[in-house]
Design a protein around this ligand. Sequence first.
Ligand code: MTE
Ligand code: MO
Length: 384
Amino acid sequence: DYTHDPARVLHNFIVRAQRPFNAEPTLPLLVSDYITPSDVFFKRNHGPIPDIQLEHHQVFIGVQKDDASGLVEWKSLSMHDIMTKWPKATITASLQCAGNRRDGLAKVKEVKGVIWGAGTISNAVWSGPRLCDILKDIANVPEDLLHDMIRTFHVSFEANDHVKEDICYGSSIPLRKAMDPLGDVILAYEMNGQPLTRDHGFPLRVIVPGYIGARSVKFLQNILVQPQESSSFFQRRDYKILPPWIDSSNVESAWDTASSLGEMNVQCVICTPAEHEVVKSKAVTVKGYAISGGGRAIYRVELSLDGGRTWEAVDKIEQTPDPKSGMYWAWAIWEKKVAKINASSELVVRAYDSSGNIQPEIPIWNYRGVMNNSIHRVANVIQM
Ligand code: MTE
Ligand code: MO
């Protein structure tokens, strides 16, 4: 039932689906601020936005120590507990949907999923307790057992929403990531200094920096430490890079052999000017974003004005690491002033991350249309 969905500032967005609401901001607007305001931040939903009362919301946390027993002793936390019992951490982190730039893969061959452009990424300041602090206190696991569990266990998250694919939205991350003090996984109740908006997960969501957006579960309801990955559709039957010979005819047998996505890959996009744009100025500022996964920095961004024959470094890259962990969870915004763009030329951009990872020259097609990070091209810009 979508009648209780919140109101949205629609003119900021290209709406890809109304029900569930899926929208990405226009690209020049997306990069006009380093921190994306919540009414510009992309919105990716699999169902109606639940109408949750903060005073009544309880989050349940449990540990399933082994497969056999399956018995879990759940503990419940009120939102008041979550907001007061642990130190409040503040992390600036970008979220990017694994389906960002799916349109580029859809051009190669039919894909399954919302056809997104390059705007399903945004950057915000998130605040709330660290998941590692909560688990240490609540999970009640002896230090040596925890030491063992950390190698193979997962933390599964379930949401308080209704989706058609499963009982609720859900996902998991390795326990190792959750417990890493430099991993910066938090349970966020604030976005950009304000309570979370309903579209972005009110009253509580997980923020898993450096990972695909799908793992940052909104409307958080249950947290379970368990020996295996979440059994959710969204962990097991989605968000995987299937091999190129898998399509709708043989996909069912392929899911279990492909691994679930976690960390993002290296990505870079030109947000302005746009294809076929008529630019009425002497010099053109080419501007866009770049990001990598796992907290890796963007090390270099290169722009080509001739379709990729010659390259030059951009003038400026703004990317701020987390002041405590030193990790690059937030995107880079880069720009370059260009004197003249010939109508016949093609702008191309590519980024390198701090591990030397590079972007493929051409889109790598996969049935779910995920993780498209091929070098980004913009042709037919007219300068007058
Ligand atoms: N959490 C819930 N409960 N329901 C959802 O549909 N979508 C996921 C993730 N968390 C989703 C969710 C996906 S695929 C992405 S990319 C991000 O949330 C999007 O977060 P945003 O809507 O705040 O941009
Ligand atoms: Mo996503």
